[in-house]
Design a binder for this molecule. Structure first.
Ligand code: FRU
Length: 519
């Protein structure tokens, strides 16, 4: 057994640091997944774009670094997050060139999907080109897509109050704070009148999402902000003390969906427990005003380690999402191994009754080996193991009938010292992912450090799919109506699985286990 937390069927940075997935695209017969990367240390540093390719989004190959921050306009913070499109046979990356307190959008072009050339016209889009309500300090993570013959860009931003250009106070952006090398000559003094006058229904200076339009990727006009008070969202969505980072937009099952990751989101009760959240909104995007009128919304993943997700359309009509399977403001135990940064399984998305439904891409099934199925069994006040059901790189599927048990579920990565619990808590009526005793502590400043909760559809019968990968747990509940994701760091020989019930009897039906071997 290899003594390493490196995961086998999840994309992991080869060495150094990585965060957000970027530029997901199918191009020239392969899937491309770029990522925020600092090759020289296991902490965040001036951003490069790392690069993986894959035929099926399960087995990833490392490619050379795609973007290196070697231009003056990228100095200090580098090539930050963005997206990719194909245009005239070329792949175009659209990314944020970030300096402390100055964020602008850039293009890089490739004819082979491997080597990229930055556009001489960079930066092609500055907040100052658009509308003075968009802060030049927080305007990032462009997601570019085509609609009605135009290019649209959805970006995370902070919006200023009138009179807008109140000042350029160094160090007040939501990250990169403290640095002061803003070059005032870089601010476009002409401030062209804004496109439509739309988007001015609340000038509160908080985080928001903005929509821009272009016909050539070089000239952009501002359309407006997405999040508006008319939608009666909980107040924290309007008073976000950060940006809505890393948005995606797509149409799916006849519904329009926006994903984003609101920074510093203050959750309540059992929901939105992480310091930074990820949300989906379904509704209608008004391409003339930017307003997204919301029909439904929710947390994308109820677990610990999930942020900055990005979605893409595949040529065969699917929408697939991958997230950074980590969280800011936590410890990264893999740093001692020389790397930090993992990604979720690629998840195919659907919308059912306004809710986001996620399933690992079907290609993952091609890597199943050594199946073990167990007869239905019950457990009362205790824990049992099943022969052949254990491992650290497995898929475990079952139907849980909590019956009379107060708590019932599975113990994963179980050994002498540790265990990770996934169970139904009947008193609370929720599934729980408990990593109190999972192994190395990742600390953090979350409200609840060790437990995450998600709803179930029908408490009498709960479907669970658990994907274990060395130091990773992803639990899909009720066919993916809720998902909980988190990394765990047990001892390397702790690979036990058991089924438990407390305070009554529970039944475990249709238990099947596969090893997942990605060679
Ligand atoms: C989100 C984020 C993005 C930014 C990138 C920098 O995790 O803060 O908004 O572009 O990371 O690495």
């Amino acid at each position: 057994m290899e003594n390493s937390y490196r995961q086998t069927y999840h994309a992991c940075v080869p060495s150094g640091w990585s965060n957000d997935p970027n530029g997901m695209i199918y191009y020239n017969g392969e899937y491309h997944l770029f990522y925020q990367h600092y090759p020289y240390k296991t902490q965040w540093g001036i951003m490069h774009w790392g690069h993986f390719t894959s035929k099926d989004m399960v087995k990833w190959e490392n490619q050379p670094v795609a973007l290196t921050p070697d231009e003056e306009y990228e100095a200090v913070c580098g090539c930050c997050s963005g997206s990719a499109i194909e245009l005239d046979g070329k792949m175009v990356l659209i990314y944020t060139a970030a300096q402390p307190d100055l964020q602008r959008q850039c293009l890089a072009w490739s004819e082979d999907g491997i080597h990229f050339t930055k556009d001489p016209a960079n930066p092609i889009l500055r907040a100052d080109d658009l509308h003075p309500e968009v802060s030049i300090k927080d305007f990032r993570d462009p997601f570019v897509f085509r609609k009605n013959g135009h290019f649209y860009m959805l970006a995370g931003a902070k919006l200023l109050d009138p009179p807008y250009k109140y000042s350029v106070r160094p160090g007040t952006g939501s990250w990169g704070a403290g640095a002061t090398n803003l070059d005032p000559t870089d601010i476009n003094p002409s401030n062209p009148p804004f496109a439509s006058g739309a988007g001015l229904d609340s000038g509160d200076g908080f985080g928001n999402l903005v929509l821009c339009r272009s016909d050539d990727l070089y000239h952009w006009s501002y359309i407006g902000r997405l999040v508006r008070r008319v939608d009666n969202l909980p107040e924290q969505f309007y008073q976000l003390l950060g940006a809505y980072e890393c948005p995606s937009y797509f149409e799916l099952d006849g519904t329009e969906v926006v994903l984003s990751s609101p920074q510093n989101f203050v959750g309540e009760g059992k929901s939105y427990q992480n310091v930074h959240a990820s949300t989906y909104m379904t509704g209608k995007l008004n391409f003339d005003t930017g307003h997204f009128s919301i029909d439904s919304m929710g947390e994308v993943d109820y677990g610990f380690d999930f942020y900055a997700e990005q979605a893409m359309n595949t040529p065969d009509g699917r929408v697939v999402m991958i997230a950074w399977k980590e969280m800011w403001d936590r410890a990264f135990p893999t740093q001692s191994e020389g790397w930090a940064g993992t990604y979720t399984l690629p998840r195919e998305l659907h919308i059912k009754d306004g809710k986001l439904v996620q399933q690992p891409v079907a290609a993952l099934k091609n890597y199943r080996t050594n199946p073990v199925t167990c007869k239905d069994f019950s457990v009362s006040d205790g824990a049992v193991q099943r022969e052949g059901v254990e491992g650290s790189t497995i898929e475990l599927n079952l139907m849980l009938k909590p019956g009379t048990a107060r708590k019932s579920g599975v113990k994963l990565f179980q050994g002498t010292h540790h265990e990770t619990l996934v169970y139904y808590d009947a008193a609370e009526g929720v599934m729980v992912f408990d990593r109190t005793r999972s192994g190395k502590d990742t600390g953090g400043r979350d409200r609840d450090k060790y437990r995450r909760y998600c709803p179930v559809e029908d408490a009498s019968s709960i479907q669970l799919q658990c994907y274990l990968d060395v130091s990773s747990v992803e639990v899909f509940v009720d066919g993916g109506l809720a998902v909980m994701t988190g990394n765990v760091f047990p001892d390397f020989d702790e690979i036990g699985v058991s089924f438990f019930a407390e305070g009554g009897e529970a039944v475990f039906e249709q238990v099947e286990k596969f090893d997942l071997m990605v060679k």
